[in-house]
Design a protein around this ligand. Structure first.
Ligand code: UD1
Ligand code: CA
Length: 461
C-alpha cells in the first residue's frame, strides 16, 4: 500500500520572534526541518510533500539538495487544515496512507512512526492521532475521549478550564487514509479562538460520520515536543545534547563534564577519546580513537585521525588532521587545512587552505595561508606567508625538509626547495633552490658608543 508524507512548515513561528523561518533554527547542530525530513525519508514514502509559506524561499533554498521533496506553497497561512489542503493537487491521483508531520517537532523516532502506520492500518482507521501524556500540557491541543475512544481535540485557547486539566495532548502527527480525506478537510470551519482552520477538528467530524479514528500514545513524551519559542528550542537542544553525550559515553568516549560538552548529533568520536570540559564539536566532524580534546576547543566540520591532541582554545574548521598530531593551544585552522601525521602545530599558529606535511612543525606564532608544505619542514616563530597582494591570493610551496628561520616573510607565489635553509629575518621574494641558504637581511653594523652620544653623555634615566 502506498505511503505519502506531508510535512507542515508554513507557519510564521510568531513566538520565536525571529527573522528566519522557525524550521531552520538548529537542533543538535542542524536545521530542525532536516531531522523531520530524515524521518520522512526513512519511511520510504512514495512521495514527500513539504508545505512552505512563511519565508518559503529561505526554506526552499536551505533544502535545495533534497531532490526527493515536492514543495507546495501555502499563502496566506490559514491554519493546519488549510495547510494540508495545499498538498491536495500533489496527492490527487494517489492512494493509500498519508503521514502528516510537523516541521517543528524534530525528536520523533522512526520506530514511533512505523508503529503509527501499523496501528492505523491494522485498525483500518480513517485517521490515527499520535498522542502523549505529559505533566505540563499547556499550549497543546487536548485529547477528549468518550470512554476509551478519542472523541475530539480541543485547542488550548478554546478549551474550558476542565478540558485544560487533560494531560493527554495532540502531537500534531497523524496518519490518514487518503480516500475521502480532502473532501472532509474542506468541511472544517474556522469558528474558534484563533480564527484558523484546525486540522485536529477532523477527529470530531470523522467520529460524527461514523469513521474509525484511533489514538496511539507514545511511550516517551519527549519525542513529540514541538518548538514554539526560544526557551523550547534551548530545552530541546539540551535533550538532544544529553542523548548524544550518553550515547558517546556508552561507546567508550570519556566526557569529563557532560554538562559542558556541546557535541552535535551527527558527530562521530572513537573510543578512548577524552573530551575535557567546555568543548564544542560541531556538525560534520569525525574524531578518531584515543584523541584528547582540551577545554575551549571548537571543532567544526573537520576530520581528526587517531591519537590527536587538541590543546586549549583551538578553533578548527573544515580541516583534516591525521594521526598523532598535536595542535595548539590557541591555534586556528580553517578553510581546508590538512595536517599530516605526527606534525605539530603550536600556539598562535593560523593556517588557512594549507597542506602541512607529515612530521612538519610550526611551534609558535605563524600565518600559513594558501601554502603547500612538505614533510619534516620546520617553520620558525614569526613566519608569515604573504599570500595576498590586495587583489589576488598566491601559493607558497615549501618542499620536504626545508628549514624556515624565525621572522621570515614568504612573498607568494614562491617556492622554497627541498632541504633549503632560510636565515632568520629573511624576506623571500624569489624561489630558493633545493639545499640552498637564503638570506636577505643586510650585514649587521654595530655603532660603538651610539647610545651615550645620542643622549649627550647622561645615563638617560
Ligand atoms: C498544533 C496543533 C495542536 C498540537 C500541536 C503539537 C493545530 C490547530 N493544533 O498546535 O493540537 O497539540 O500542534 O505541537 O493544528 N502550519 C502551517 N500552516 C499554517 C499553520 C501552521 O504549515 O497555516 C505548520 C507550522 O509551520 C507548524 C505546524 O503546522 O510546523 C503546527 O503549527 P503551529 O502553529 O505550531 O501549531 P500549534 O499551535 O503548535
Ligand atoms: Ca507547534
Amino acid at each position: 500500500m502506498d505511503l505519502h508524507v506531508v510535512v507542515l512548515a508554513a507557519g510564521k513561528g510568531t513566538r520565536m520572534k525571529s527573522a528566519r523561518a522557525k524550521v531552520l533554527h538548529r537542533v543538535g547542530g542542524r536545521p530542525m526541518i532536516e531531522r523531520v525530513l530524515d524521518r520522512a525519508r526513512e519511511l520510504d514514502a512514495t512521495s514527500t510533500i513539504i508545505v512552505v509559506g512563511h519565508q518559503a524561499d529561505e526554506v526552499k533554498r536551505a533544502l535545495l539538495s533534497r531532490r526527493d521533496l515536492t514543495f507546495v506553497v501555502q499563502e496566506p497561512q490559514l491554519g493546519t487544515a488549510h495547510a494540508l489542503l495545499t498538498a491536495e493537487p500533489s496527492l490527487r491521483s494517489g492512494s493509500g496512507t498519508v503521514v502528516l508531520l510537523s516541521g517543528d517537532a524534530p525528536l520523533l523516532t522512526h520506530k514511533t512512526l512505523t508503529n503509527l502506520v501499523d496501528t492505523h492500518r491494522r485498525a483500518g482507521a480513517a485517521m490515527t492521532v499520535l498522542t502523549a501524556v505529559v505533566p505540563r500540557p499547556q499550549g497543546y491541543g487536548r485529547i477528549v475521549r468518550s470512554g476509551e475512544k478519542i472523541a475530539r481535540i480541543v485547542e488550548d485557547k478554546d478549551a474550558t478550564s476542565a478540558e485544560r486539566e487533560i494531560q493527554e495532548i495532540n502531537s500534531g502527527v497523524y496518519a490518514f487514509e487518503l480516500d475521502g480525506l480532502f473532501d472532509t478537510v474542506r468541511t472544517i470551519a474556522s469558528e474558534n479562538a484563533q480564527g484558523e482552520y484546525y486540522l485536529p477538528d477532523l477527529v470530531a467530524i470523522y467520529r460524527q460520520r461514523g469513521k474509525g479514528v484511533e489514538a496511539m500514545t507514545v511511550d516517551d513524551p519527549n519525542e513529540i515536543l514541538g518548538i514554539n519559542s526560544r526557551a523550547e528550542l534551548a530545552a530541546m537542544n539540551h535533550i538532544v545534547r544529553n542523548e548524544k553525550n550518553t550515547a558517546l559515553m556508552a561507546s567508550g568516549v570519556t566526557i569529563e563534564d557532560p554538562a559542558t560538552a556541546y557535541i552535535d548529533a551527527d558527530v562521530e568520536i572513537g573510543a578512548d577519546t577524552i573530551i575535557h570540559p567546555c568543548v564544542t564539536i560541531e556538525s560534520g566532524t569525525v574524531i578518531g580513537r584515543a584523541c584528547e580534546i582540551h577545554s575551549g576547543a571548537r571543532i567544526t566540520h573537520s576530520r581528526l585521525g587517531d591519537g590527536v591532541t587538541i590543546l586549549n582554545h583551538c578553533v578548527i574548521t573544515n580541516s583534516h588532521i591525521e594521526d598523532d598530531v598535536s595542535v595548539g593551544p590557541f591555534a586556528h585552522l580553517r578553510n581546508h587545512v590538512t595536517v599530516g601525521a605526527h606534525a605539530k602545530v603550536g600556539n598562535f599558529v593560523e593556517m588557512k587552505n594549507t597542506k602541512f606535511g607529515e612530521g612538519s612543525k610550526s611551534g609558535h606564532l605563524a600565518y600559513l595561508g594558501d601554502s603547500v608544505i612538505g614533510k619534516n619542514v620546520n617553520i620558525g616563530a614569526g613566519t608569515i606567508t604573504c599570500n595576498f597582494d590586495g587583489k589576488q591570493k598566491y601559493v607558497t610551496t615549501i618542499e620536504d625538509g626545508a628549514f624556515i628561520g624565525s621572522d621570515t616573510q614568504l612573498i607568494a607565489p614562491v617556492t622554497v626547495g627541498e632541504r633549503a635553509y632560510i636565515g632568520t629575518g629573511t624576506t623571500v621574494r624569489e624561489d630558493v633552490p633545493p639545499a640552498a641558504l637564503a638570506v636577505s637581511a643586510g650585514k649587521q653594523r654595530n655603532i660603538q658608543g651610539w647610545v651615550d652620544k645620542k643622549r649627550g653623555g647622561t645615563d638617560g634615566s
